[in-house]
Design a protein around this ligand. Sequence first.
Ligand SMILES: C[S@@+](CC[C@H](N)C(=O)[O-])C[C@H]1O[C@@H](n2cnc3c(N)ncnc32)[C@H](O)[C@@H]1O
Length: 192
Amino acid sequence: MTAPERAGWEGHFAAGHGFRRTDPEELRLLAEAVHPRPDARALDVGCGLGTYAAALAGLGYRTLAVDWADAAVTATRDRYADVEPRLKARRLDFEDQAEVSAQLPRAAFDLVTMRLVLAFMADKAAVSEQVRGLLAPGGTWLVTTPLTDRLPEERHSIGLTPAEVAAFTGVWSRGRWYDLEPGGLRCFVLSA
Ligand SMILES: C[S@@+](CC[C@H](N)C(=O)[O-])C[C@H]1O[C@@H](n2cnc3c(N)ncnc32)[C@H](O)[C@@H]1O
């Protein structure tokens, strides 16, 4: 992503805007997919206002929420101060490999989530590799995303193409998916 795109996210969150709500059905499907264990560790990448990360903490995960927009990190901390220390938020550009290596422990997370985020990252294969290095043995990567073939052409930039899906899912030995609703967001559940 470019600096102007990043500035766009800053403005969005500074104005207090979020994205699609996280409803109880989404959380029910998530819990069914990942089987949370008490005190397991989760990393939510591109946390936005922190709603999804707070829900992970509510499922019992010790959760680290990261976003490259300062305004998102501040909003997450402010909105969920009562969830500390189970939820922590930190500024991090997940596409900057040096920053990720310096700030995140390897093989440490039982779950890495990206909700409405992967489509905005330039090199999906590199992101996939990076996630593999962060997951503990048996850990899961959960990607929630629009698909371009379900979107009008002018909104394709927020979704993943079939080729992109094939590329980022292909290197995982176990994978399945479910939809949040028919024709809606798809959730990929991947493990090495
Ligand atoms: C569409 S919002 C989704 C926010 C949240 N996950 C949700 O579901 O409401 C995309 C988020 O990804 C973040 N993001 C995009 N590229 C990023 C990167 N390279 N590193 C960290 N965060 C990033 C943006 O700042 C923004 O908060």
